[in-house]
Design a binder for this molecule. Structure first.
Ligand code: ARG
Length: 261
């Protein structure tokens, strides 16, 4: 092939990929089947019971059921992708995904960059130590210990409050089970994790040599679905649907938690 036609092909490909890229970054919802709005959600699916993979590799759990029920109420299409924890945040920013459904705690800090639906679940943090541990009984005892957490999670922030923001004794992992695993392996003294997820982990791993410690100094947290700041279309659809699930009792049916907020 001549040099010139190769160049032409290259230019056409470049133009096409630029157009495609522009389509993907609008942050607006795309159109699904039959002209219905389609929202793309992102999650990190090792957070049972909120999201995990079943034996066929499907993403299942409370968050998926909630989004499914909301979409039925509001008549939109959706898809949830297992993108990983940190990418949920960056991909919402770039508009690659429309919302995060991942047991995401509504925090003042996150609210600077994202919008949240009304809360749908109340949670708090728990300390995890080895069964045979006798010297850790509360948050106070963690100060000079090695603590594992999920990176950039509210557990991470909790650990930073106790040990100091730049403490080298905080080890941050991509997901919560990896943090718990460090306790089991004896690589760290403790982990901090979301209470319902820790309890579910203990239920499915009854032989794991770990126990949990509650501490009243861990504040209550509330999970919400998260969108890019200003993405009113998605926020309103999700919020209105969520309201209906609260009113009908469907939300409580899914999560097993009676809430009055
Ligand atoms: N609730 C915690 C937070 O928002 C942890 C959420 C982790 N979610 C997940 N799917 N791995 O920081």
């Amino acid at each position: 092939m001549k040099k010139k036609s190769l160049f032409t092909i290259f230019m056409i490909l470049t133009a096409v990929s630029m157009i495609l890229a522009a389509c993907g970054t609008g942050g607006d919802s795309t159109t699904g089947e039959g002209g219905k709005v389609k929202l793309i959600g992102g999650t990190e699916a090792s957070f049972a019971p909120f999201e995990y993979l079943d034996d066929k590799g499907n993403i299942v759990g409370f968050d998926v059921e909630i989004v499914q029920a909301i979409s039925e109420e509001m008549g939109f299409d959706y898809e949830i992708q297992n993108v990983g924890w940190d990418p949920i945040f960056s991909k919402i920013q770039t508009g690659e995904i429309d919302f995060g459904a991942a047991g995401i705690t509504i925090t003042e800090k996150r609210k600077e960059t994202y919008d949240f639906t009304e809360p749908y679940y109340e949670a708090t943090q728990l300390i995890i130590v080895r069964d045979d541990n006798t010297d850790i009984k509360s948050v106070e005892d963690l100060k000079d210990k090695k603590v594992a957490v999920q990176n950039a999670s509210t557990s991470h922030v909790a650990a930073q409050k106790i040990l100091g923001e730049t403490s080298q004794n905080i080890l941050a992992y991509e997901n919560q089970p990896s943090a718990y695993q460090q306790v089991i392996n004896g690589n760290v003294d403790a982990a901090i994790g979301d209470n319902t997820v820790v309890m579910e982990y203990l239920k499915s791993n009854p032989d794991a040599p770990i126990k949990t410690i509650e501490d009243p100094s861990f504040e209550k947290e509330y999970y919400g679905l998260m969108v890019k700041k200003g993405n009113k279309e998605a926020l309103e659809l999700l919020n209105e649907g969520l309201k209906k699930l609260k009113e009908s009792g469907k939300l409580a049916e899914i999560t097993g938690q009676e809430i009055d907020f």
